[in-house]
Every structure is written in structure tokens, then in C-alpha cells.
Ligand binder design. Structure first.
Ligand code: NAD
Ligand code: GLY
Length: 367
């Protein structure tokens, strides 16, 4: 069945930082996936305790001829480890092995590994080349693409980071076969996100194919990954460093990041928090007179069908507000939300605290 899935490449046009996203089945084991990437004395595969045992040997088998020494660092698994202490493990390995500035870093994992390996690549010797081998649905449709790299700080999500583009992104759909169902659902949240902000027909398509996506249907996954990457590539191509437009990719994230940080990283998955956050941001859009009221139940239904929670946990209102004020989109302490301005179009603007509080109350479990 997989033979029917043609490999496609989605280009990201960023001048001398341009690269391709390769999407298809069996890519890990195909020479074409790695053709044209730089050779070097050392290369470092950054992975974690869950993904490494599944796929690191297969990746290493492909890279062996390209690098004199193939090194590996295996990080602890989980969002709670996306921090400075874990990042140090990557630098420790690079320095202990005498890696020079031509060392290629391969991020083999989901968004957590990708964000950390990318940040390490941005900083080590002020920048070494890196490749994203995305192993979760979320990483394939979002985090591996566009060059945002970061670690968390106890006071805020992704607060320490850099814009740093990979040389290539590899999205091998076969790697999703081992992904736990809950993680697949978390990835669906970031796919759903692209509908309201950029492409209402994608939202229709997801509604028709959500069961196939959850069932691991490769043709459906290939379409969803490709369309998501196309939308993200178009946005990032216009606004790489989030001067304005790129912030629309954070639809649902202002509420979502507050859920993640408020509960402690790793309690809710990032995609779960984004799914719930999208419902809240949609309702805020409706209450501000920007979006049609039907959008809220529509997103609620779709998130539920995708296996995502739609009611936020109980957090004190003061905690919600202080966490959201710390969001990177805030300006002078004023929270700015990504809002839907008619289906398929987004804008960013502040909202009155009382209205935000009413949205939170309407979409949270009772305390
Ligand atoms: P993750 O990286 O924690 O991966 C989810 C879980 O699945 C982990 O336990 C992981 O070990 C496991 N896993 C990964 N691939 C697997 C596979 N093929 N088979 C079996 N298990 C596998 O989580 P995620 O959802 O991929 O990424 C979330 C992170 O991405 C968050 O930290 C978020 O902030 C970040 N993010 C970054 C961007 C960006 O633009 N840089 C965008 C969105 C999200
Ligand atoms: N995931 C949001 C962004 O890449 O900008």
C-alpha cells in the first residue's frame, strides 16, 4: 500500500537558508533522503530513550558513509526535560568528542528533541549544520519546519531559543506506525490549526478524514503533512522571524501554553493544550464579533473526534492571566491573541481581560 504514496518535497524559500521538506514512506532507508547533505568528520545523532532504540541504528546505517565518526547522545524523554540541564548533555558530548564547526547534528525525534537539538546546533561554535528527522506527527506538520528552536524555562514555555533553520526536514510517514495514539492526536491539533487560520477547505477535509488519520492511513497522513507544510512554508517564507504574520501559527497557543506551564510541563501534551486553546481562542474571536458562532462547536466536535480534550483544567484566574502575560506575543504586559477573522483568516490583537476571563470560565472544568 505504501508504494502508492509518492514522495514529495515542499520547499521553504528563505534565500540562502532555503531547504526542502521530504515527505513520504520509507524515507529513512532511502539514499535519496540524504543525498546532497554535507559530509564531515563528525556527526551527532541527538535522540531520546524512546526513539533511539527504534530508529537510531537505521539512521546510522544511512549516514555511515558520509561521516568519519557517527556519535550519538540519548536524552531523557519528555517535555519536562526540555530544559537547560538536558541541553548541556548535547554540548558535553560535542565538546568531549572534540567536534568542530563542520559537525552535522541530526535531530531524530519529535518536537522536544528537534527543538533542543536545533537550539544546540544554533549555539555550538555559534552554529553548526543540522537536519530534522521528524518522528512524531506534530513534528512533521509543525515543529521541525521553520527554524524555531528553544528550551523551556520554569517561568515560561520556549522562552530561551533561537531562529535557526535546518538543512533539510525528513518526514518519513512509516515512523508514525510506532507513535502512541495519544501522540498522534496531539499532532492532529496542529493540523486542525491550519484550517481556521489559513485554509477553510483544509478544515472541511480534516472533518472528512479525521478517522482515517487516527487510523494511520498513509494516504491521508501524506496529504495532511504535505498541506500543513505548504501552509507553514508560505507563512515562514514571508516572515521567518515572526515580525508579524508568523504569529498566526500560534492560534490556540496563548491559552495552550498557559495550560502547559500552569499544570507543569509534560502533564498535558503540547498538542492537547493547543487543541483546547484553539476552542478558547475561537470563542474569544466570536465574542469579539470577528468569527461566526458556529466555529466554536465545530472546533469542539472536531477536536473531540481527534481525541483531544476540549475543557481546560481548573487554574486560578490570576494564574491564567500572569502566564498569558508572559507569552512572547505580549507587548508592554498586554496579552495579544491570535483570533479568527472569518474562517481561513487570522489576526492578532489584544482583548479586554473581562472577556478573556469569561472565555476561560466557559471552557474550563469547574474548580
Ligand atoms: P515529543 O517530542 O515529546 O514526542 C512525543 C512522544 O512520542 C515522546 O515520548 C517521544 O519519545 C515519542 N516518540 C516520538 N517519535 C516516536 C515514534 N516514531 N514512535 C514512538 N514514539 C515516538 O512531542 P511532540 O508532540 O513531537 O513535540 C512537542 C514539542 O514541540 C513541544 O515542546 C512544543 O513546544 C514543540 N513545538 C515546537 C514548534 C516549533 O516551531 N519549533 C512547533 C510546535 C511545537
Ligand atoms: N509553531 C509556530 C511557529 O513555528 O511559528
Amino acid at each position: 500500500m505504501n508504494a502508492a504514496i509518492a514522495t514529495t518535497q515542499v520547499p521553504i524559500a528563505l534565500g540562502d537558508r532555503s531547504y526542502d521538506i521530504h515527505i513520504g514512506c520509507g524515507l529513512l532507508g532511502q539514499a535519496a533522503s540524504w543525498a546532497g547533505l554535507p559530509a564531515s568528520n563528525e556527526a551527532l545523532i541527538v535522540t531520546n530513550t524512546a526513539v533511539g532504540p527504534l530508529y537510531a541504528d537505521r539512521l546510522a546505517a544511512q549516514l555511515g558513509g558520509r561521516h568519519r565518526r557517527l556519535l550519538q547522545v540519548v536524552l531523557p524523554d519528555g517535555e519536562q526535560h526540555k530544559n537547560a540541564a538536558t541541553l548541556e548533555l548535547i554540548y558535553d558530548k560535542l565538546l568531549a568528542e572534540g567536534c568542530d564547526r563542520k559537525t552535522v547534528i541530526y535531530a531524530l525525534g519529535g518536537g522536544v528533541v528537534g527543538d533542543m537539538a536545533g537550539f544546540a546546533a544554533a549555539c555550538y561554535m555559534r552554529g553548526v549544520p543540522f537536519v530534522q528527522v521528524a518522528t512524531t506527527l506534530l513534528a512533521q506538520v509543525d515543529s521541525s519546519v521553520g527554524g524555531k528552536t528553544a528550551i523551556n524555562h520554569p517561568l515560561g514555555k520556549n522562552m530561551i531559543g533561537a531562529f535557526y533553520q535546518p538543512l533539510r526536514v525528513i518526514c518519513d510517514l512509516d515512523l508514525l506506525d510506532t507513535l502512541p495514539a495519544r501522540e498522534l492526536s496531539a499532532g492532529l491539533a496542529e493540523i486542525i490549526k491550519y484550517g481556521p487560520i489559513a485554509d477553510s477547505s483544509l478544515l472541511d477535509w480534516i472533518e472528512d478524514h479525521v478517522d482515517a488519520l487516527r487510523g494511520g492511513d498513509k494516504a491521508a497522513l501524506a496529504h495532511a503533512v504535505r498541506r500543513s507544510c505548504e501552509i507553514k512554508a508560505a507563512v515562514v517564507g514571508q516572515d521567518e522571524r515572526e515580525g508579524g504574520l508568523r504569529a498566526i501559527l500560534n492560534f490556540g497557543h496563548t491559552f495552550g501554553h498557559a495550560i502547559e506551564a500552569g499544570l507543569g510541563y509534560g502533564s498535558w501534551l503540547h498538542g492537547e493544550a493547543v487543541g483546547c486553546g484553539m476552542v478558547m481562542a475561537a470563542d474569544l474571536s466570536v465574542r469579539l464579533g470577528l468569527a461566526d458562532a458556529a466555529l466554536v462547536p465545530r472546533l469542539q466536535r472536531l477536536c473531540q473526534r481527534a481525541g483531544l480534550p476540549v475543557l481546560a483544567p481548573a487554574l486560578p484566574m490570576s494564574r491564567w492571566m500572569s502566564l498569558m502575560r508572559g507569552d512572547k506575543k505580549s507587548e508592554a504586559g498586554e496579552i495579544r491573541f491570535v483570533l479568527i477573522d472569518g474562517l481561513g483568516r487570522a489576526l492578532i490583537r489584544p482583548a479586554p481581560d473581562a472577556l478573556v476571563a469569561s472565555v476561560i470560565a466557559a471552557h474550563s472544568v469547574a474548580a
